[in-house]
Design a protein around this ligand. Sequence first.
Ligand code: HAM
Length: 430
Amino acid sequence: MIHLLSLKLVSNSIKAVRGMQDLLPDKKARFRYIEDEARAILASYGFQEVGLPILESTSLFSRLVGGTTDIVEKEMYTFNDRNEDSLTMRPEGTAGLVRLVNEHGLAFNQTQKYWYTGPMFRYERPQKGRYRQFDQIGVECIGLAGPDVDAELLLLSARLWDQLGIASQVSLELNTVGNAESRQAFCAGLVAYLTPHFDDLDADSQRRMTTNPMRILDTKVPKTRELLVDAPALADYIDDESRQHFDGLCAILDAAGLAYEVNPQIVRGLDYYNRTVFEWVTTELGAQGTLCGGGRYDGLVEQLGGKPTPCVGFALGLDRLALMFEDQPVSSKIVDIYGVSVGDVARTKLMVLAEAVRSNLGLAVEVHHGAGKLKAQMKKADGSGAQLALILGEDEINQREITVKALRGDGGQVRIPEGEALAYLQSQFA
Ligand code: HAM
């Protein structure tokens, strides 16, 4: 009976929203590890961190990301606030960053190198490596047009893979999508080629023939894919300047020894790109193998009412990157000392001592809370990863002493007078 009742309680309990994952300490520690490495590398290239709001006006994304992209058509979390303004939980960071740059007049005759991190929201079908709330680190360079800037972003990201120890598991795929005119001419060519086959296309691709023909290239439907084999290639429509830009980029990467593959299939799922587009991919994560993607978006600042400003950037998915380390331990518990005590008097004393250790020695101390036999407390101390245990029992209180036990190595222990505790602990962590 009790059993049935508790089952019912469990099934009635509120769960996390589908696709929104909890980050338990181990996973959060992986995110933090990646972020710390990225932060140090970005600083060494002169990038500054900015914070972007999670909520933006819906029109920002429909205008900048593209009204006929999957992200805007199907995946945005959009709602009216109490003032009946249409707001959207950001599906990506570039549009918000461009708004920030415009709003604060930062693009005007200046070069800006920014990065940001935080959650993004897309109503996609959840699976391993694809969530409805996921975290990105975004890196954006505002005001520089040359291929050297694109190259620097790629070198910087390669440095991060190196630092994270996954360089051998990722590869770089590059393409150029030319300027707006070359894409228009390509789309006209693609539509002309597919029109006689219209009835054989899947429904999505039929719709895209009028809304956004380039997106047809992304289709997974086998019959449409077959038709695309002989379709015109974007590569044949690329304007000369974009071609030169791309050649310039490849030359720098060659000189720097960064391996890449030119993949004409990469067009990216957002409309704002021109010239360079790229993805870092892995075969380790099944279908969700794109760890990082980006490219140039030279028209975006102007599109939002600013002056023409060349821009390039990328974003990496922290959730996917963290999956790359899933079987490697990342320490999420970083205390130096674990304190155990028996009785209220001892616990109070331990807490006061722990405060003094944190203030004076800058060490991390976890104090055991709640009752519990000494043996059980010592088990917790062992599992905490701490180097030392501080033990305060009845005898220690009576003698005005503390016991310090090594939790690693020989496991030896010493009794020292209370007044010498700080000096002793300092000597142990010197
Ligand atoms: P994106 O390709 O849409 O580009 O996303 C970048 C990365 O975010 C992907 O490569 C992937 O690792 C991760 N990601 C995307 N969707 C999901 C999801 N549902 N679950 C888990 N991870 C995901 C952008 O967002 C552009 N703003 C990048 C950019 C910056 N371009 C220029 N500047």
